[in-house]
Structure formats: structure tokens, C-alpha cells
Design a protein around this ligand. Structure first.
Ligand code: ATP
Ligand code: MG
Length: 387
């Protein structure tokens, strides 16, 4: 019965001239995500995309992947039939077999205006046929089940159930960002939010090995594996941070250390981003969440980067962030115990105010430039595939 998956994106959210590019990217991402799963073709059809299924296609895997692919608003396992009323009615009867809703309605969309029957009339025709055969009452306002019919040039699609996609824009349309991933709750959500806007994330994690265990690296690897399902392939750069921490502990007053650590992180990330052609850095910082995240300190931290620092969680409550982390699936990984690289030497009372000049002077005395260069050189790259 099912020979297609019909994919919908949020067309209205697209600006006119970007649309073909957006659709093209979504087609490519869908092809990559469904390779080897029994898909004959992935093609654009007037405002929607059809995934053409061969016999024996791996429907479960296709659905699981589509549900995580950015740019997809929703998708439905559907049947393609000829664009004529009798064929559509027969399909509607097949697709309502075995269901027992309290009420129903038919929703028709006529993307091909050359099809002679307007949508409201098609809805009435198919609806009354279903009513005759199944005996279900119609409810136009709040139906328990909706039978969908979509007419495109040369064909019609029929389906009942729809799955949600994550929405947003297809990976790649917005360029690259470098996403700073700790093992915490916030930074994976921040990364995901920018990924959902069409950015491909290059992940960077600073670890304190051998001062601390490798636990944070394993957490970040697990988070990257999960996020990669949505962007299909990723790279993670693991950057040693212990040398910098040793120098900071010796040369920086305790209350300034956290801000100095962050500035080192951004400086290194900035350098890595430029090499990779990324246009911005992403962090999970939130105004006021901890002492290092006062407006003053965020501004001082910004000074360490030449690229814009994006903070998609900046105005969110912890509760909202946590709920989103659960939805994305990173929460369970983030709450595993670890020593955060900055907890190792973190002072109890970081300064809430800071200024660029005095910090820059301290950093100069530490020979920050050489430390940054050494960390960049020592970064280890790991590749991940989401399919
Ligand atoms: P998170 O929950 O993401 O760890 P947080 O609330 O603990 O955030 P901080 O520890 O102040 O906040 O870190 C602020 C941001 O700096 C993080 O969201 C992350 O983007 C970045 N960051 C912190 N530690 C690391 C690290 N070890 N490696 C990479 N990025 C880091
Ligand atoms: Mg943290």
C-alpha cells in the first residue's frame, strides 16, 4: 500500500529567492540519509518532496532518520495513485481500513491547479465515499482523524498519519559554526538550536587530561554522536587545556581565572573556526546563570574572539533549557558525572565585573599567544557519521 513518503517543509518561512537552494539542500540531505534503505528516488514536487520507496524499503529506519533531519516540518507514509477521483477514493478506502475514529474529515490540497476538481469538492467526494463504506461521522472542525489527499502534476497522494520533523532549515544552508561543547546541559542545546537554523556545527571540546579523567571526552563524544544524526556528518576537535590551566593557576588571581579560561577557549576556537571556514562561535552561555556570565563578563569574553559569538540560550531559564535538552535527547548524557575542566581549579567566588585591558595585560605576561598556538596545534580531530 505505501509506496512513498511525502515530506513537507515550512514553505512560508522561506524567502522567495532562497527557496530553490533550500529545497536542493534538503533533497541532498534526504538522499544521504536514506542511502541503502530501499529508496529509488528523492524528488521535489511543487512545494513538497517525495521519497519513492522500492518494495521492501526499510521504513522504520527511514522514518527515524527523517524525524531528525532539519528542514522537515512533517512527513507521511503515503500511497501514490493516478490523479483521478476513482483512484483517490479507492486509496482513501484502503488507508482507512482497520481504523475506528469517532469522527473524521478529508483534507485535500490541490498543488496542481490543472486538476479539474477544486479542493473543497474533492474533500466532499472522497469524504462521502468514506462515510458510505465506513459509516464514520464527519467533523470538519475537530476531527479525530484526518484523511489527507494531495494532488500534484500526474499523481495524487493519500495518507492518514503524519510524523513531525524538527523543522528549521536544512543543514548547510546557513554555513558553518564552531560549537563549544562542554559535557554540560546547556552547550548541546545551544549547538542544536544553531544546527536547526541550517548551520553545520564543527564541535570543539577542551579537556584537562591528564589533570582530570577522560570522562568529559566520552560524554562529549556521545553528545556528538547523537547530534550527528541530524547533520549526517560531523567533526569533533579535542583540545588539550591542562597546560593553559597550569599556567593560569600560577599567574592569575583566583577571582579572574574563570573569565581568563573562557577567553582562552574563545581565542582557540576563533583560530580553529577560521581554518575551517566557520563564520561564528556558539556557546551555551546565559545571562546571569553563573558569575562568569554577567553582561560585563560576557562582553569581556567577546573581546577574545574576532568572530561573532552566538549565544542562542542567552535569555532562557534553566528549566526551559533542561526541557529542551530532554526533547533533543542530550540531557541523559549531560547529567552523567564528570569533572568539568574548569571545576578543577575553579575559584569559589569569580569576579562578576571584568575589563578587557587588565586581562589582556595578564594574558600577555602568560605568553597567551604561544599557549593558544600550542593548543591549536595539539587539537585532535575525530570524524563522525550519522547514518
Ligand atoms: P554548559 O551546561 O554548556 O556546560 P554552563 O552553564 O556550565 O554551560 P560554563 O561552564 O560557564 O556554563 O560554560 C559556558 C560555555 O562555555 C558552555 O556553554 C560552552 O559553550 C563553553 N565551555 C565551557 N567549558 C567548555 C569545555 N570544556 N569545552 C568546550 N566548551 C566549553
Ligand atoms: Mg559547564
Amino acid at each position: 500500500m505505501f509506496n512513498a513518503i511525502l515530506v513537507h517543509y515550512q514553505e512560508l518561512a522561506l524567502k522567495g529567492r532562497n527557496r530553490p537552494w533550500f529545497v536542493d539542500r534538503l533533497l541532498r540531505n534526504l538522499r544521504e540519509a536514506t542511502r541503502g534503505l530501499g529508496v529509488t528516488e528523492v524528488r521535489a514536487l511543487m512545494g513538497r518532496i517525495e521519497i519513492v520507496l522500492a518494495d521492501g524499503a526499510d521504513l522504520e529506519t527511514i522514518r527515524r532518520r527523517a524525524s531528525r533531519l532539519f528542514g522537515i516540518a512533517n512527513f507521511a507514509l503515503a500511497e501514490r495513485v493516478p490523479a483521478d477521483v476513482a483512484a483517490i477514493e479507492e486509496a482513501a478506502i484502503r488507508h482507512t481500513e482497520g481504523l475506528a475514529p469517532t469522527t473524521f474529515r478529508v483534507a485535500a490540497a490541490r498543488a496542481d491547479k490543472r486538476f479539474p476538481i477544486p479542493s473543497p469538492e474533492l474533500e466532499r467526494l472522497v469524504g462521502s465515499r468514506i462515510q458510505d463504506v465506513r459509516g464514520w461521522p464527519v467533523d470538519l472542525d475537530a476531527p479525530a482523524t484526518v484523511v489527507h489527499v494531495e494532488v500534484v502534476p500526474g499523481a495524487a497522494f493519500c495518507y492518514v498519519a503524519r510524523d513531525r520533523g524538527p523543522g528549521g532549515l536544512p543543514t548547510g544552508v546557513s554555513g558553518r559554526v564552531v560549537s563549544l561543547l562542554s559535557g554540560g546541559i546547556d552547550s548541546p542545546v545551544a549547538a542544536w538550536r544553531m544546527m536547526r537554523r541550517g548551520c553545520r556545527a564543527l564541535f570543539v571540546h577542551y579537556h584537562s587530561h591528564p589533570l582530570a579523567s577522560r570522562a568529559s571526552q566520552d560524554k562529549v563524544r556521545a553528545i556528538v554522536r547523537l547530534l550527528t544524526v541530524s547533520q549526517l556528518h560531523s567533526a569533533l576537535l579535542l583540545v588539550p587545556f591542562a597546560d593553559i590551566q597550569r599556567r593560569v593557576v600560577v599567574g592569575v588571581p583566583p577571582e579572574l581565572r574563570v573569565v581568563i579560561y573562557r577567553r582562552f577557549m574563545l581565542r582557540i576556537a576563533d583560530r580553529l573556526a577560521r581554518r575551517a571556514g566557520a563564520r561564528a562561535l556558539v556557546t551555551g552561555e546565559v545571562v546571569g546563570q553563573v558569575a562568569s556570565q554577567t553582561l560585563d563578563n560576557l562582553a569581556t569574553i567577546d573581546n577574545a574572539s574576532t568572530l561573532p559569538v552566538l549565544r542562542p540560550l542567552v535569555g532562557m531559564d534553566k528549566e526551559e533549557i533542561t526541557a529542551e535538552a530532554r526533547r533533543i535527547g542530550t540531557y541523559e548524557i549531560s547529567i552523567l558525572p564528570e569533572e568539568d575542566c574548569c571545576q578543577v581549579f575553579a575559584p569559589r567566588h569569580p569576579a562578576t565585573r571584568s575589563h578587557h585591558e587588565p586581562l589582556a595585560q595578564i594574558e600577555g605576561a602568560l605568553d597567551a599567544e604561544a599557549l593558544v598556538e600550542a593548543a591549536v596545534m595539539a587539537a585532535e580531530r575525530e570524524e563522525y557519521r550519522g547514518v
